[in-house]
Design a protein around this ligand. Structure first.
Ligand SMILES: [Zn+2]
Length: 245
């Protein structure tokens, strides 16, 4: 996904949260927005599988059609930032971070972590991030990366016509399996159909797929953010800088 699409996903996801949750995060839009684009802007490509590990993974992909663990980093980064946000909130509420962050800094950083989680969730919903075995040459593209850019530019080009489906937030299990399921769904339902759609150059099918990709990215982001906020009791606390009810 391109930066503008990541920002769109984060923006609509914020709007889908409950009013109480939205009021905590709305003043932190700057953190959410920069988190949603940070991984691309800083060109963060590789990350250790676990802290201190020498083994590294590529973080913008979870190739379902690859057996190499290095190709599955997007799941690792989504799991880490979702669960990392929970520990971060719990530590702050316990007072363990009192020396390091005041409330404004804590919320700004939390916004960024949630934005990063959204970025990688959205990547897991993007077909070309979950598979690579495709005959791009027969579709007229010299490299996979050129075809990759084409499909992402098409999503961006369709922004105004997207038929996004929005749903109420629900609790999910923030496990590796949960994020893998998102990647597998995208692979089976979208990646495997890419070749057929692009061979015909069917703009209506491309619009349909773009709408589903963005809707899924929003739905999963909303569920993950809501789960993080609910599990930590964020809405039960009083926070400054909230809009008037
Ligand atoms: Zn990415």
């Amino acid at each position: 996904m391109l930066g503008e699409t990541h920002v769109l996903v984060a923006n609509i996801s914020l709007a889908c949260l409950s009013q109480e949750e939205r009021h905590i995060l709305l003043p932190r839009w700057g953190g959410l927005e920069s988190g949603a684009t940070l991984s691309d802007e800083f060109r963060i490509m590789w990350e250790p599988v676990t802290a201190g590990s020498k083994q590294k993974q590529l973080v913008h992909r979870c190739y379902v059609d690859s057996d190499f663990e290095k190709d599955h980093g997007c799941v690792t980064r989504a799991v880490d930032h979702a669960n990392g946000s929970i520990s971060f909130i719990k530590d702050y509420l316990k007072g363990d971070l009192d020396d390091a962050y005041n409330e404004v800094e804590f919320l700004e950083n939390l916004g960024m972590f949630l934005g990063i989680a959204s970025h990688h969730i959205a990547d897991l919903c993007t077909p070309i991030h979950v598979g690579h075995k495709i005959d791009f040459k027969s579709l007229g593209y010299p490299t996979l990366s050129r075809f990759h850019s084409k499909t992402e530019r098409d999503i961006l080009r369709n922004h105004r016509q997207l038929r996004t489906k929005l749903a109420k937030p629900k609790m999910v299990d923030l496990t590796t399996e949960y994020f893998w399921d998102i990647a597998r769904y995208t692979y089976e339902n979208h990646f495997l159909k890419l070749e057929g759609i692009y061979r015909k150059g069917n703009t209506e099918s491309i619009l349909d797929m773009s709408s589903e990709i963005v809707s899924n990215a929003i739905r999963h982001t909303v569920n993950v953010w809501h789960t993080i906020m609910a599990k930590t009791g964020m809405t039960k606390q009083k926070w400054s800088m909230q809009p008037l009810p």
